[in-house]
Design a protein around this ligand. Structure first.
Ligand code: ZN
Length: 310
């Protein structure tokens, strides 16, 4: 069994407009944009990262905004909902705030004894704010939301699956413990994790496969401390029969990817080196940062990429 997974590292989704996306995560949700770079595999598309002050693993929501991308169609084989942790008693504030800002899809529910507020992102992205019991993670305080109610990072993700059995087995292999069920949701939690420690599995045997587009999650990344732990995890997964990519340098972390039996793309990413490797921590996310292999494209990219006004 793998013992090096610490919880989530980041969740990466797709959007139709960079400006709308940046405004929603910074101005509506009060996260910090911690990096403005490009998709390393398609550099004419932005890669935008939002999180806490430092972009701590377990707090980082990232987006590829493809201009005018068609909306995705919800279904099985994807992350069906991304959940953020907020302090106990803060959902009243959030309901008023999100209602006032015209956010769609607001709905209250309770799951595993915790109050939740579901809402949609600008592209129909499915999110929930979850009141997490004890929470020692610090929020980004330079944003639009008061510290005592601000998002602390991820609570977890909900995977929509036709048959969750094989994914449940994989999560157990990755070190997650089955915490039982609430309604039709099975909960898996990593002991001693980074706070973003929950993965919920929702079974929907009759649903069609998801058709990914704007508002869809592209992949979910799990955190390991360093490159040595990543190599150990890669070997354990490969020995179990998973087709895992080689280690890929993403500048702010190293990444490996593998497709899971339920269809969701998983990544395992290192906590090192972090988002301050090429920027002053006081100015994270302000300037367009390019990886070395695309540095020669700067002039073209600065002309082509839609400027983002903060
Ligand atoms: Zn990723």
């Amino acid at each position: 069994m793998i013992q090096d997974i610490k919880g989530l590292h980041h969740v990466t989704a797709m959007a139709a407009d960079a400006q709308t996306n940046s405004d929603f995560f910074t101005k509506t949700l009060g996260l910090r944009r911690v990096k403005k770079t490009v998709n390393f595999d398609a550099p004419d598309i932005y890669h935008l990262y939002y999180g806490d002050a430092a972009g701590t693993p377990g707090s980082v929501m990232t987006y590829f905004p493809f201009p005018n991308m068609f909306p995705g169609r919800r279904g099985v084989g994807e992350v069906g909902e991304t959940d953020f942790a907020v302090p106990e008693g803060s959902l009243g504030y959030w309901r008023g705030r999100l209602e006032g800002l015209g956010v769609a899809g607001l709905a209250d529910d309770t799951s595993f004894g915790a109050a939740r507020l579901r809402f949609n992102g600008p592209d129909g992205d499915a999110f929930a704010l979850v009141e997490s019991g004890h929470e020692d993670r610090a929020a980004w305080t330079g944003g639009a939301v008061p510290d005592d109610v601000a998002i602390r990072g991820f609570h977890g993700v909900r995977l929509m699956l036709r048959d969750p059995a094989a994914t449940a087995e994989l999560l157990t292999f990755m070190g997650y413990e089955n915490q039982g069920t609430s309604g039709d949701v099975a909960r898996f939690k990593i002991p001693g994790g980074n706070g973003a420690d929950t993965v919920d599995l929702v079974a929907n045997p009759s649903a069609a496969a998801a058709d990914q587009g704007a508002g869809s999650v592209h992949h979910v990344a799990f955190a390991v401390e360093d490159r040595a732990a990543q190599i150990a995890v890669r070997k354990a997964l490969a020995d179990t029969g998973y087709q895992v990519t080689p280690v890929i340098d993403r500048d702010y972390f190293w990444a490996i990817y593998f497709r899971t039996p339920g269809g969701v793309l998983f990544e395992v990413a290192t906590n090192e080196p972090g988002f301050d490797r090429d920027e002053d921590p006081a100015h994270l996310g302000e300037a367009l940062k390019l990886p070395a292999q695309h540095a020669h494209l700067r002039e073209t990219l600065e002309r082509r990429l839609q400027p983002i006004v903060d």
